[in-house]
Design a protein around this ligand. Structure first.
Ligand SMILES: [Ca+2]
Length: 505
């Protein structure tokens, strides 16, 4: 198959690809590698024809100038500047267009001369033609015309079409992208965009695409220079959010292909998990960054505050590339400001020098000497009370708290509340309050508050407070009147029609 392809390419006169093919073939040590190589060539150049669809492929392979590998210096001394955003979800409410417009304008102000714009998928909420039109209307009016544009497809971009191939064609027709996977060289740096091939939430990658990626990565790969790989779904078991929202179909194969190149930097979205958390930068065999979301943020489920912080939040990155460093600057677009320290990847890339490893933080959070937990005055009822406490601090990041409530007499566990530190608020509140519900009346309890950092380290010394729930007593007349009028108010809609609230009683 491989020889046939080479012959075919010779006949069609694609000489630089033949050269590249032979170079790669000479490096292919195993039959598996040779197979991947053959697949990669097939996909990159004739895949669309072979597949019977125009929905995949690369336009960059044969049209780039011969000096595309040479680093180009910008006038400001940097080698490359590019914003990375994702999860714009045009169509998800009126706010989507407003926020996208505002983000693009802000980017133009803070990065007035970027070399490329990167978006890691979910351009639209339902992948409908009209949503793409809205997206492109904003994009074309705000984009920097001299820059390159690298847009990835996300699972939501599939939702409006009757088949995957139709969705892919619509994506390409509307955005002008050459495929759902393609590569580009910009200022001498290699960008590779890969794309899920179906609407599945966890992503779908074919062996063909993985083979193509495998071959593309080898093209002039050097530990001196980053290779930027962009896709929608995080690879499972990498960045923050990848455990709940990661790509799980061929994540091991994808990971293994990327793991051969410590200089790789990936950008992925999908989870909408906020980039404040240090786990949004991840290094094990290469570097990964979670890109949060322009449209709306999301966080872990099972927490007291719910998993959707303010809808107004919008985040992304501005990336600066120097000779020996890539600097990833975190942007809170909603605050029009940077957030957290910049993330830095050093080159030449060496795994031993990685800063953002899974085990980077062993230091426990701790409460300050004056910190305390109290029961809010007047909050005690028969079955509940409200605890309030001062926030802890950490060398890196206090992510959340466990509030453990147990019976004072027996020590028996009664309730655990998991709660965010509300790191998504600015400024972060210095103290937090939570209702402790479902308790037994007239019972003594102890509530202990444990602080937890992003890496699971728990404060050694919890804050503790003792309290006793109230005895249940008959309602007083005034209280009955208040509760009744409140219920009646809630039972009528704006047109004063009685709702069904009482009809089932
Ligand atoms: Ca820590």
């Amino acid at each position: 198959m491989e020889h046939w392809l080479v012959n075919h390419l010779e006949e069609t006169g694609v000489s630089d690809v033949i050269k590249e093919t032979r170079r790669l073939a000479s490096r292919a040590a195993t039959a598996v590698a040779a197979m991947l190589l053959a697949q990669s060539i097939g996909t990159g150049l004739i895949g669309a024809k072979a597949e019977g669809t125009a929905a995949v492929g690369s336009s960059a392979a044969v049209v780039e100038p011969t000096d595309r590998y040479t680093t180009v210096k910008r006038s400001d001394g940097l080698n490359l500047v590019f914003p990375v955003i994702s999860d714009i979800h045009i169509g998800a409410g009126d706010k989507a267009v407003t926020k996208f417009t505002s983000v693009m304008k802000q980017i133009n102000r803070i990065a007035p001369h970027y070399d490329a714009m990167v978006s890691a998928g979910d351009l639209t909420d339902k992948g409908e033609a009209a949503q793409y039109d809205s997206f492109m209307a904003v994009y074309n009016s705000q984009k920097q015309a001299s820059a390159r544009h690298l847009l990835a497809i996300g699972n939501h971009d599939y939702y409006g079409s009757s088949s995957a191939s139709r969705a892919q064609k619509l994506f390409m027709d509307k955005t002008g992208m050459p495929g759902i996977y393609y590569d580009a060289w910009i200022n001498g740096y290699h960008f590779i965009v890969i794309g899920s091939e179906s609407k599945t939430t966890n992503g779908t990658l074919s062996d063909r695409q993985l083979g193509w990626l495998n071959a593309k990565l080898a093209d002039h790969a050097s530990a001196d220079k980053p290779i930027f790989v962009i896709f929608h779904q995080h690879i499972s078991n990498t960045v923050y959010g990848s455990d709940e929202w990661g790509h799980t179909q061929k994540h091991k194969q994808l990971y293994a292909i990327l793991a051969r190149y410590p200089q790789v930097i990936t950008f992925s979205g999908h989870s909408h998990y906020m980039l404040n958390d240090p786990r949004s930068a991840h290094q094990r065999d290469f570097t990964s960054f979670g890109t949060a979301s322009v449209r709306y943020p999301e966080l872990e489920s099972g927490m007291a505050q719910g998993s959707h912080p303010s809808d107004d939040i919008a985040q992304g990155y501005i990336v600066q590339v120097k000779d020996k460093q890539v600097i990833v600057k975190r942007r809170d677009f909603h605050r029009d400001d940077w957030t957290g320290e910049d993330w830095i990847v050093d080159y030449p890339a060496r795994k031993s020098a990685f800063r953002y490893t899974d085990d980077r933080d062993k230091e426990k959070p701790q409460f300050g000497p004056a910190a305390k937990a109290v029961i809010m005055p007047g909050s005690i009822r028969g079955t509940q009370a409200t605890v309030s406490f001062n926030q802890a601090s950490d060398n890196l990041f206090v992510h959340s708290y466990d509030i453990e409530v147990s019976r004072a007499s027996t020590g028996k566990h009664a309730l655990t509340v998991h709660a965010f530190s509300e790191f998504y608020k600015y400024p972060m509140p210095s103290s937090l309050s939570f209702e402790l519900k479902g308790l037994t009346p007239d019972t003594a309890y102890v509530a202990k508050v444990v602080a937890i950092d992003s890496f699971g380290n728990r404060s050694a010394k919890p804050l503790a407070v003792s309290f006793r729930t109230a005895k249940l007593s008959p309602l007083r007349a005034g209280e009955v009147t208040r509760l009744l009028s409140l219920s009646m108010y809630n039972a009528m809609d704006g047109a004063s029609r009685w709702l069904r609230l009482y009809s089932d009683q």
